[in-house]
Ligand binder design. Sequence first.
Ligand code: NAD
Length: 363
Amino acid sequence: MLDFVYTANPVRVVFGPGSLDRVGEEVARLRHRRALVLAGPRLDAVVDRIDAALVEAGADVGVVGRFDGVAMHTPVEVTEDAMKLVGSVHPDCVVAVGGGSAIGLSKAIAVRTGLDQVVIPTTYAGSEVTPVLGETDAGRKTTRSSPEILPETVIYDVELTLGLPAPLSVTSAVNAMAHAVEALYAPQANPAVDAWAQRAIALLAAGVRRIGVDPADLDMRSDLQVGAWLAATCLGSVGMGLHHKLCHTLGGSFGLPHAPTHTVVLPHAMAYNAPAAPAAMAQVAQALGVPDAPGGVYDLVAEAGGPLALRDLGLAAGDVPGAAEIAGSAAYPNPREPDRRALTRLLEQAWAGRRPGPAEECA
Ligand code: NAD
């Protein structure tokens, strides 16, 4: 019988082409006037548009500071630098534009100051609708969750994603897919999360298949963004399992890039969990339109020209046992017990880039 507890995360979502220009209205709607803008690299023109939209929103609304030193995995040293700017310009809100790194910094500032956040994602990573913050300090990435971390408003402007290069689009979309896959076997899964996850997987897979054909196809980009939003809503609603723990370890302790690591690890983590989560795997396979979910994800990535091996992302073979040890040492919800030796085998497969076989071969 169904038996669950579900609490929705209250985020306002503004979606549509050109919606970047509504950032001024959104800041004013929150009754703020002094925005600190955080931006990923090469986004000067977008920051200028934010500036103009804020000025247009009304008297005294404007940008009081800009910070573009964002870095992946939210290192605390970068947050400390940004906090110095907060201390000198006294913003009353944060506007962040960029991928998960810019949004991570926004959350790190919000949790330290209580400032409201308007965030404008330009990748499919999905941090924008979760109350979760991962921070890296002295080589260890730790995660915390609290209501102040959740952004108040998200603006999804598909036009900002048109320039996301195809290889980055593929890895970012598979990163999003991982949220939906793990949601399907999460202990707190419920019918809403299941529906979002299945729709997200189908939209993201369709986008990944089309991205190489025309990366500037607005409809395809819009579908990818919807898929990313739904998948991220799953991520913010239920606990993630082994796959996210492995990627978190590889990123936080071994410096591997976030989205490519998710892309390589996902089929292997799925194959490991498949014997213990047959219903979730059947749902993923159906959404992908393939007979075998882990192999289907691997083939999707291979056909899109995405990364398949951790060795190509810079992991040394000698780091595999250490990564398995860290990933096996913490508690997290997962349908199958994480066994240290089996995790080492899983990571060896992912390191070499072998296609995962049917679930029982990996059991
Ligand atoms: P990112 O923000 O570092 O962006 C990846 C690269 O893409 C960067 O070089 C960036 O400059 C570039 N880029 C971004 N948008 C672009 C665009 N539209 N056009 C061209 N280039 C563009 O990486 P990411 O994968 O978006 O996010 C990863 C980070 O987010 C990690 O730190 C991860 O831990 C975090 N994250 C957190 C959550 C959460 O819920 N807390 C969820 C997902 C990701």
